[in-house]
Design a protein. Structure first.
Length: 411
């Protein structure tokens, strides 16, 4: 895709209190970099919710709170909105900048959606020792309210980013502690990754930006690492490790002794807030237990959305019976063989194309769907999909017909 943000966006992410603000200010010292002011939350608090309301299965689906739009058109619409918003701000702040840095820590939980909308973007993930992050995060008025809750937030940020990494064409992980040891060298490597030249004047500005105090912890404003060692109790450290110790060790942050051993936690007197589990970008619902017509409709829409890509849902039961009539014959089968044959047939057909019409009938636990698509080659294709649900809500039967049927073929 080509627009005025092509190959310009950098999404700077990380757990809150990991140094995203600090790193953004150092990057913005480069004359070809513009930093979007503050945190936009555009994906975490905006597009994530809109994405949940757009379904890609059935044009005339009556599911409440959803509307149909082909996935490619919806992604293009999200891209257009982001180009308008991010581009307008960037052009207003610095119209000559070649690289735009968007810093929203919570976007670390939404990288798959960001990658779908901006496949040409770079993702820069800053990682900091979770004990330092949690020590600071648990003290914030807007924080989660306690060490276990903050540790879960740090753990989820790390695991979400690393899970998304294989789908991100340009991903770089940097360590807060290494930047603290040598900001000049660390940021030079980031500039090189961004294909930006940095002379001595630029690096001098980077060093100056690295030494400015901004957004520090008011209860412990000095800049440094390992503050948790002098401010935590054994109980605090045990609480952190119970929730996030495995991730900490996996990242290579070593066990270290406390410098003081207070009898009680120094993080106290706060009103605990109920922790809300971070939500990852919504995936189509393939095969839930259908307990209502509404849930059944969501299941049907999600199932069709995946079929339309030319593949089967990964969690389709192997026990389901399949009846097929289309380009590769007419047959009925059950078990793993049926799943594999249908998968091969769908793969051979490829994506269905643009949906022109769609309708359905729900008869008890059976749903009959009819669709007409304009295939990528221009052909108009009609399909009938019959989904039968068992008492537990799982798919028990799939009937698939693609017209016109092949003449004289059966198996």
């Amino acid at each position: 895709m080509s627009d005025r943000l092509s190959d310009r966006m950098v999404f700077l992410v990380g757990a809150p209190r990991s140094g995203t603000n600090w790193l953004q200010r150092m990057l913005a010292a480069h004359p070809q970099v513009v930093a979007l002011p503050s945190e936009t939350h555009l994906f975490s608090h905006g597009l994530k919710h809109l994405d949940a309301q757009v379904q890609h299965g059935l044009l005339t689906s009556p599911a409440t709170g959803t509307v149909f739009l082909p996935r490619d058109e919806w992604v293009a619409a999200m891209r257009g909105f982001c180009v308008l918003v991010y581009g307008r701000v960037a052009d207003s702040v610095d119209p000559g900048a070649r690289v735009i840095v968007e810093r929203t820590p919570h976007h670390v939980l939404h990288l798959p959606l960001i990658a779908e909308v901006f496949p040409d973007a770079a993702v820069l993930h800053i990682v900091r020792d979770g004990r330092d992050v949690v020590r600071s995060l648990a003290r914030q008025e807007w924080g989660p309210g306690g060490i276990r809750e903050a540790a879960a937030q740090w753990r989820d940020a790390i695991t979400s980013a690393r899970a998304a990494e294989p789908a991100l064409p340009r991903y770089l992980e940097v360590r807060y502690e290494e930047l603290m040891a040598d900001a000049r060298q660390g940021v030079t490597e980031v500039f090189r990754w961004l294909r930006l030249d940095a002379d001595d004047d630029v690096l001098a500005r980077v060093e100056a930006a690295s030494q400015l105090s901004f957004n520090v912890d008011p209860t412990s404003p000095e800049i440094g690492i390992g503050k948790w060692r002098s401010q935590w109790s054994r109980a605090d450290l045990a609480a952190f490790d119970e929730v996030a110790g495995a991730v900490r060790r996996d990242l290579g942050y070593a066990d270290q002794p406390l410098q003081t051993r207070p009898l009680r936690s120094r993080v106290r007197g706060r009103v605990k807030r109920r922790r809300t589990q971070p939500e990852l970008p919504r995936e189509p619902v393939h095969n839930p237990v259908v307990t209502s017509l509404e849930a059944g409709q969501i299941a049907v829409d999600g199932f069709l959305a995946i079929l339309a890509t030319g593949r089967l849902p990964d969690d389709m039961p192997e026990s389901a019976e399949v009846s097929y009539a289309g380009p590769v014959g007419i047959w009925t089968a059950t078990g793993p063989t049926a799943r594999q044959r249908l998968s091969d047939a769908l793969e051979k057909e490829g994506p269905w194309g643009r949906q022109l019409r769609g309708g359905e009938q729900m008869l008890g636990r059976t749903v009959v769907v009819t669709t007409t698509h304009a295939a990528p080659d221009g052909e108009t294709v009609d399909r009938v999909v019959v989904l039968g649900f068992a008492v537990d809500g799982r798919v028990s039967h799939i009937g698939y017909s693609r017209f016109p049927l092949p003449a004289g073929e059966s198996s």
